[in-house]
Design a protein around this ligand. Sequence first.
Ligand code: ATP
Ligand code: MG
Length: 334
Amino acid sequence: ADPVLDIKGLRTIFRVRGIEITAVHDIDLTVTAGETLALVGESGSGKSVTSLSVMRLLTRNIGKIAAGSIRLKSKNGAVRNLVSLDDETMRRIRGDDIGMVFQEPMSSLNPVFTIGDQISEPIRIHCGADRKTAMDAAVQLLHSVGIPDAKRRAGQYPHELSGGMRQRATIAMALACDPTLLIADEPTTALDVTIQAQILDLLLKLQRERGMAMLFITHNLGVVAEIAHRVAVMYTGRIVEEGPVGEVFGNPRHPYTMGLLASMPRLGDAARMKQDGEKLAAIPGVVPSLTNMPAGCAFSPRCKFAIDACRAAVPALEEVGPQHRSRCIRWQEI
Ligand code: ATP
Ligand code: MG
């Protein structure tokens, strides 16, 4: 199938106090309809910058797309390169073809408007519905994201809802115009554990029902296993491994992915570790600063497999299995 989102050679830079840093580079990613691609990696690896580049929401005058193309298929089937669109067209695409859900629901909700007003607004503006039709659709959406008593809730303000309910409301808002692509950046991180599971289930269900393409950003590998078809692992702004979730988690071909998997707590770990005094294997060393990158493979200073050749040049993303790629020259030996 044609991809809904097709990113090629994306490079995004930031200019801070006269110094230019490359936050993400060489990003190639595709997501097809009905598919969820998870973007994982430690804090600062470039997950949010990648999604902000797609949404064209980089901080003006600071962040800039320096290279590459981002092609998006709209509802009408038209494919456009978002990198070259003007701000006005881009504003229309956000909320129409791209739905967005962020970590903090209050960053998407306006405290002075009712939930119903905020969900019906994009339906009026983007989809051209009249006030009554839009409000009815908003109530229907609130119902479909599992908000009980949706009609009454539509008349309430954000502060009258719990955190979980607010995130459900922002999901309803993101879906209002039936987007082809849903971008969710750590959508459950700010919520209680029990609520997290409910929101994940909801996103999974909605994505299946609507056949959307979903770009899901998280640092939680457990969540990836539950929700995603494919996963891309990022380190210092580059994708280091990518492939079907079962393939990447079952047969990791990059030492960084292996480290992430080894430091992931499993069910029963807490009890067992208490007994044995055992600790989770953390990846030794620290993430290098983007202004002072090591030569060659950025992970080499922390990698127990590193050899001189690793420090000579940045490895290419190589095919290592079915739809499975790794940016490690020693992928066959590790
Ligand atoms: P987290 O898991 O903490 O959300 P992330 O993977 O989403 O991390 P990004 O927010 O994409 O990380 O940031 C990647 C890098 O881009 C940062 O380390 C920082 O150097 C740079 N960066 C991001 N936003 C800005 C900004 N507004 N100004 C300057 N540099 C920025
Ligand atoms: Mg982020």
